[in-house]
Design a binder for this molecule. Structure first.
Ligand code: GLN
Length: 535
């Protein structure tokens, strides 16, 4: 059995198509079907690795080291399943391999064209994922909005798939935005009508419509949408704004979305098992007390830059029954003296020092870490957060005032953070960092060991720099504990400073493995420590 569900978007982007796709896929997986999800990004970049988080949000890292779109994070969290780099298809990947084949002469003298060569490549990639994954149902979310020039070849491939596999095996879900007029409170359906018409013009008749709106879509509006889209009323689903994204699958299930879609795909239906999920959402909703977490970073104006970290805090918060309130602290503002540390960290229960790159803002982060350490504020440092904690410690505790990372000052006399050996000589930026999952060995008797409760763990990475082994002894003598190491024992993975209540930093990114029902251990312990300070 091979079933395919394409999810397209209408009216505008950024309306939570990823959540819609993840929610529908989750519901079908919880009926008992094996499900996988592909995100198609119609841009020319080969992957998201070289993209500015300001524009694109977080780069999500898969187990196998893919630098992917942040929607893969949603998919993993909703499906409770690890995906691979091939679950993210881009125009760059498709054209790259078609051009490579052409150069090899594989097209045997043909004129290489969008149809059929690009569309065949797209279909083959979708099939490859579905076959490798062995899944019953493959969801394919097509990024962007119907009508964009970029997405046309993907929509054409989607259209052809129905001809190839039959209409009981391929379904189309269209997610579109329904604006609400502020003056009258009226829900307008015209933009949705236009986007469905655009889809039909390409040759795709949607089977289901998910309406994204700020308010629940009433029956009469559903009826109206049904009439002009020829989708039965049962297939018009309201995905209105909710406070907690994890509510969306429940909202869709209540409206019969999973039943409707299963029937469309000619699949036997039983109610999806959602009890544990309901309990999780209830815990989040019931939390009345708050815990205030400072988020110290450089891309704080776009919170999606740190999406998985935000979600990891939410997952952990369900177990401590407190709602995390995030206070964003912009490192460049500290650096430029626009904000004072005392003001930034007043009424804060804990601080996350966020991942990052480059010089700008780094002195601001170092100043923040000093304040956090000296005021015994619980801290979780991630990646760059670990590296700058080591710099701060070397400067202010060891007294190596000019200590730095060579990423920030290549001629520092005390390079406590240096380029990884294998990074030397690499000149291409795309896909060349130390990426993906590697095992980490934890030292017995340390905080790291008690947090994870075992000797060997697996976590995901994305970095070029690391702690310089030449300084480890001196740093350790001054009180810094190195509690996690790469398997060969050479690479620092975790530091902790146990003179403080909770001062813990990881070279890896624990957020990528955090799941709603299985929070990441460092996030949980960090929140517990922070929550002891909060009222
Ligand atoms: N810029 C640092 C490095 O490349 C940290 C990267 C990160 O925080 N993800 O090693």
């Amino acid at each position: 059995m091979r079933k395919f569900v394409f999810v397209t978007g209408g009216v505008m982007s950024g309306i939570g198509k990823g959540i819609t796709t993840a929610s529908l896929a989750m519901l079908l997986s919880r009926i008992g079907y094996s499900v996988t999800i592909i995100k198609i990004d119609p841009y020319l970049n080969v992957d998201a690795g070289t993209m500015n988080p300001y524009m694109h949000g977080e780069v999500f890292v898969t187990e196998d080291g893919g630098e992917t779109d942040l929607d893969l994070g949603h998919y993993e969290r909703f499906l409770h399943k690890s995906l691979k780099r091939y679950n993210n298809i881009t125009t760059g990947k498709i054209y790259g391999s078609v051009i490579e084949k052409e150069r090899k002469g594989e097209y045997l003298g043909q004129t290489v064209q969008i149809i059929p060569h690009i569309t065949d490549e797209i279909k083959n990639r979708i099939l490859e994922v579905s076959n490798n994954d062995g899944s019953d149902i493959t969801f394919i979310e097509i990024g962007g909005t119907v009508g964009d020039i970029e997405s046309l070849p993907f929509l054409e491939a989607a259209r052809q798939m129905m001809i190839d596999y039959g209409k009981e095996n391929v379904s189309y879900v269209h997610t579109a935005y329904l604006p609400v007029l502020q003056t009258t409170g009226e829900i307008k359906t015209k933009p949705l009508q236009h986007s469905v018409n655009e889809l039909r013009r390409i040759g795709i008749q949607p089977d289901m419509i998910v309406g994204r709106s700020s308010v629940p879509i009433p029956r009469e509006i559903k009826k109206k949408i049904s009439l002009f889209t020829s989708v039965p009323e049962a297939g018009i689903i309201s995905a209105h704004d909710v406070n907690i994204v994890y509510e969306v699958p429940l909202l869709m299930k209540e409206q019969g979305a999973s039943k409707f879609l299963a029937e469309k795909l000619d699949l036997p239906y039983k109610e999806p098992y959602m009890e544990d999920w309901v309990e999780f959402v209830d815990k989040l909703k019931r939390a009345e007390k708050t815990v205030t977490i400072a988020m110290v970073g450089k891309y704080t104006s776009l919170h999606d830059s740190y999406l998985s970290i935000k979600e990891a805090l939410i997952h952990a918060s369900a177990l401590i029954h407190k709602k995390p309130v995030l206070k964003w602290i912009e490192a460049t503002d500290i650096e430029e003296g626009k904000i004072k540390l005392e003001d930034s960290f007043s009424n804060v229960d804990g601080a996350v020092v966020l991942p990052g790159f480059g010089r700008r803002g780094s002195e601001g982060k170092i100043a923040a870490i000093r304040y956090i350490r000296e005021n015994n504020i619980p801290m979780l440092g991630i990646c760059f957060g670990l590296q700058l904690s080591v710099v701060e410690f070397a400067r202010n505790v060891l007294g190596l005032r000019e200590a730095n990372s060579t990423e920030l000052d290549p001629s520092t006399p005390y390079p406590v953070i240096t380029l990884l050996e294998e990074q030397k000589g690499i000149d291409k930026l795309g896909g060349t960092m130390r990426l993906g999952s590697y095992p980490i060995i934890l030292e017995k008797g340390t905080k790291a060991y008690s947090i994870y409760g075992k000797e060997e763990i697996l976590e995901r990475h994305r970095h070029r720099y690391e702690v310089n082994p030449d300084y480890i002894e001196k740093l350790a003598e001054a009180g810094l504990t190195f509690s996690g190491w790469s398997k060969n024992g050479k690479r620092v993975e975790i530091i902790e400073y146990n003179a403080n209540r909770f001062f813990f930093a990881t070279q890896f990114h624990p957020e990528f493995r955090s799941r709603p029902l299985f929070p990441s251990p460092p996030f949980l312990e960090f929140l517990k420590a922070s929550s002891r300070t909060s009222s």
